[in-house]
Design a protein around this ligand. Sequence first.
Ligand code: GDP
Ligand code: MG
Length: 573
Amino acid sequence: VPISNIRNFSIIAHIDHGKSTLADKLLQVTGTVPQREMKEQFLDNMDLERERGITIKLQAARMRYVFENKPYCLNLIDTPGHVDFSYEVSRSLAACEGALLVVDASQGVEAQTLANVYLALDNNLEIIPVLNKIDLPGAEPDRVIKEIEEVIGLDCSNAILCSAKEGIGIMDILNAIVARIPPPPDTSKRPLRALIFDSYYDPYRGVIVYFRVVDGTIKKGDRVFFMASGKVGYLSASIRTVADARVGDTITHHFRKADNSLPGYEEATPMVFCGLFPVDADQFAELRDALEKLQLNDAALKFEPETSSAMGFGFRCGFLGLLHMEIVQERLEREYNLSLITTAPSVVYKVNCVNGDTVECSNPSLLPEPGRRKSIEEPVVKIEMLTPKDYIGPLMELAQERRGQFKEMKFITEIRASLTYELPLAEMVGDFFDQLKSRSKGYASMEYTVIGYRESDLTKLDIQINGECVEPLATIVHRDKAYSVGRALTLKLKELIPRQMFKIPIQACLGAKVIASESLSAIRKDVLAKCYGGDITRKKKLLKKQAEGKKRMKSIGKVDVPQEAFMAVLKLE
Ligand code: GDP
Ligand code: MG
C-alpha cells in the first residue's frame, strides 16, 4: 500500500481498562489472526502475561483493512499498563501518529490514563477517545466523557462507545483510525533511518527486530547497518545477538548511510536491586545461564555476581520495579526449574565519602562504615494518587507514614481528587501499592516518576541471629524509624524462623548497639516422639512437610532461615 494508506497507532489505557481485549478484537475483526489460532489475549503471548492479565513487553501487529474500497495497512503497537514499564510506553508512542485512548466507562480517568495521555500529547499524537465496557450495567459513558474533557481537556465530541468484550463499536474504531489518524510523512527519498523500538531473541530465527522506518525505504534483501553497534545484517536474518540490535539504535543502508542517527531512547535504568541465590549451591551455573537467556529479551534486567558468607554464590540483580522483579524471579523458577532465595529489594543510594568520593550502593550490607561516609542521598519520586474524595484522609496518612512531603491537592471532578507527594523510592518499594489499594477499597490509582536524589539521615540496621550478623537481612532506614523498624522486624522474624533444638536470640543493632531483641525458644524434643504411638503415616507426613519447608531455606550458622524472613522487612506493620 502507498504511504498515504498506512496508519501507525497504539492503544493507551489504565491497567484493566480493556486494552488487550480491544487489541484482540481488532486483530480478529480484520482477520489478522486466523480464527482457529485465536487465543484470548493474543498480544499477551508470554504465559505469565496471560495468567496475570498484564502486558509486560510491548508487542506489534500489522492489520489489513479495507475502507471505502481502498486497502489500508494498520500497524498496532500494544503498550504495557503497569508503572514499572512506562518506559516501554514512551517507546511505542514515539513510533506512532495516533493513539486510541481507552477508558473504562464504569470507572473513569485513572492515574495511568493521565500519565499515558500526557506522553501521547508530548509526542503530538492524534488521540481518539474510546469509552470501553459500555455493556456493563454500571457504565456511565456520559459522566466519563465529561471527566475526560474536564481533566485532560480533550475534545470528546466524537468519542467512540464500545464494548471490546461484546464486539460493539469495533468497526467505528477501525474507521476512525483511518479517517482521523494522519499517515506517516513521506520521506522515502531520504537515506534510510529506521528506529528499533523492540527486539527479542528467537532460538530458531535469531534476533527479531521491530523497527519504525522514519526516513527512506527498506525492502527484503537489503543490506543494512546498525549505526550505534556498527553491525551489518540482512533484514530477515543474520543478526546474532540482541546486543547488536539495541533498542533505540538506528538502522540505515550499508551502501547509502544516513549522516546522523535518530535520537533514540533513554536507557531503562533499574531502580531496585536484590540478591538472587540458588537454594542449592550446585545451581549457580544454571542460574547464570538462565539470567543470560532472560536478558536477551529484557534489556532492563541487570545482574552481576554477588558472594556473601551467609548466602554463598549468587547474583545482585537490578529491576525496573517490584513487579518486574517478581516476574523475573517467577520465570527463573518456572521456565528454568530453579529454586531461589531472594533477598529484600533495595534502592540505589549515593554515599558521599569523607575522602570526596561518591559511591553508589545498592546492597545495604556493603554500605561504607559510618566513619568513612559524610552523607547519604536516596532516590526520591513524585507520586500522583487519584482517589474518590472519601479516601483522601487515609491516603494522606499513608503518604505521611512513608516520609512523604505533601505537594498539592486538586479536585479533578466534584468527587475525585489528585494528591501529589514527593517521597523516598525506598518507602514505595514494598507494600505501598497494596496499602494504597486496601486503604481506598481498591478505588485509588497511582503513578510515579523518579525526580532525583536527596540527602537524608539514613543508617544501617543490622540483624543478628544467634549472635551472628546476617548480611542479607541488613537494611537501610531513616534514623527516626530505626527503633520501630528494629522492633517490628525482630518480632516478625521470630514468627517466621522455625524453632530449632536450642534457644535463638534475634537482635536488631545500630552499629554495636542492640536496639531490639527477641528470643525464639527451643523446640520440644518430643515432636516426633508423639507419633511413635504407631501412626506411621502421620510421622511420614510430618517429615515430608518439614522437608518441603526446607527447600526454600538457607542455613545461616546453625539456623535455617526461610525465604519469607528475607522479605519480612517489606511488610512490617
Ligand atoms: P488491559 O489491562 O487494559 O489490557 O485490560 P484487559 O484487556 O486485560 O481487560 C481487563 C478485564 O476487563 C478483563 O477481565 C476483560 O475481560 C474485561 N473487559 C475488557 N473489555 C471489556 C468490555 O468491553 N466489557 C466488559 N464487561 N469487560 C471487559
Ligand atoms: Mg493488557
